[in-house]
Design a protein around this ligand. Structure first.
Ligand code: GLY
Length: 396
């Protein structure tokens, strides 16, 4: 590197093989896995471990968040979910940190006849896709979760959809990176530098020029805004706002819920994710409002109203936090992973609603791509080139 910026670095005076722009969970897992493969690696972020993971609920919901038309994404989601037990065990062993990984399962419930019809369709799609889920009557749902409203009309029990605490995950990934020798530059990336059709590094917000063998753009919803990235490889990601609440379950009410409970109420998703430490996360709005991260009265009202219809007892709980984050949405709701049409520039972004779930598989896919120049088989459908090809296709 030409000049070091404000860092807490290990070896920051060395030109890294890999420079990761963005220190959210996706950037961190990429850096950690790259460093494990022997690459001298650096991460550029004013606040490593921050970003959407500070807001996300941490559902690992490959089965309950299945949507029509997203069967390819399902394959990647399941591949990542399968990695979770080993991934969390490895991180905990390295860092000594508990990640709040909880294999408690999920119950998706219906409150009226329309919801029930909707859930029946989801059940059919899950079965067609070879996924495990069990249809329960309203009574059976309440037997599992006695705090559910008497009006619950039925539900889907999915024992394979688990949860993790994304804040703990982010903190552990920062530690894992530090222990693996990743250097941190606590500044913003201002511009990608490109020399003779190859990405060569970035210029930071304090004017420092950082060179690198390969650059990975992993800046979440901000990934489409880095100056200097040629238009044809600029990732088509956009911010999708999610407001999320945190409540606390007093010990006298525990166990309030024993698994994640979710529903679609008046067309909006609402979920309640109970942590072992008594935190209850209620999410999330989905709003296309650009870079706005205001917590609004309307957002909080709607979440509490819908959550209250599912679990009336939540109104007794202290409301401890309200926050909004930005999901990195992509045109097909799937991530952009691996090499771009610009040599030396790779992407790890666009994870939309699945960033936490896709963290393990993203780390492995990017490490593979950095090493071989190619994505592993399971990640090939998610090459950013699927969008570049569409952009450059000429009409016949
Ligand atoms: N995956 C949950 C959300 O994005 O709200």
């Amino acid at each position: 590197m030409s000049r070091t910026s404000d860092t807490s670095d290990v070896g920051s005076d060395v030109t890294p093989d890999v420079l990761v722009v963005g220190g959210g969970i996706i950037g961190l897992v990429t850096a950690w896995r790259a460093a494990q493969r022997g690459f001298a690696t650096a991460v550029l972020d004013p606040e490593p471990g921050g970003g959407a993971a500070q807001v996300a609920a941490g559902m690992l919901a490959a089965v309950t968040e299945l949507h029509y038309g997203e069967e390819t994404l399902l394959g990647l989601n399941l591949a990542s979910a399968r990695r979770y037990p080993e991934f969390t065990a490895e991180l905990t062993e390295l860092t000594g940190q508990d990640l709040g990984y909880r294999r408690c399962g999920t119950l998706a419930v219906a409150l009226d006849a329309d919801d029930r019809a909707h859930l029946r369709e989801l059940h059919a799609l899950q079965r067609q896709s070879g996924l495990r889920s069990e249809w329960l009557s309203g009574r059976e749902c309440r037997r599992l979760e006695p705090m559910l409203a008497p009006g619950v009309r039925g539900g889907l029990r999915v024992d394979g959809d688990h949860q993790i605490d994304p804040r703990r995950l982010a903190a552990a990934l920062v530690t894992a990176c530090e222990r693996t020798g990743v250097a941190f530059h606590r500044v913003r990336a201002e511009r990608l530098t490109v020399v003779r059709d190859r990405a060569t590094g970035v210029v930071t917000s304090d004017g420092t020029v950082l060179s690198a063998g390969q650059v990975v753009l992993a800046a979440g919803s901000l990934s489409g805004r880095l100056a200097g990235v040629p238009a044809e490889v600029l990732p088509p990601v956009r911010p999708v706002k999610g407001q999320v609440l945190r409540l606390t379950v007093p010990v006298r009410y525990a166990p309030f819920l024993s698994r994640t409970v979710r529903a679609v109420v008046r067309g909006s998703h609402v979920y309640l994710v109970p942590r072992e430490n008594g935190e209850l996360v209620v999410g999330a709005t989905s709003e296309e409002l650009g870079w706005d991260t205001t917590v609004t009265a309307g957002g909080v009202y709607e979440l509490l109203r819908d959550a209250h219809e599912l679990v009336p007892g939540i109104t007794e709980l202290p409301l401890t936090e309200t926050r909004a984050g930005l999901r990195p949405g992509s045109p097909d709701n799937a991530p952009l992973l691996g090499p771009t049409a610009l040599d030396g520039l790779l992407l790890a972004t666009g994870h939309y609603r699945n960033g936490v779930l896709l963290t393990p598989v993203t780390g492995d896919a990017l490490a593979h791509a950095l090493t071989t120049g190619e994505l592993p088989e399971e990640a090939r459908p998610f090459s950013p080139r699927r969008f570049t090809a569409a952009l450059t296709e000429q009409p016949a």
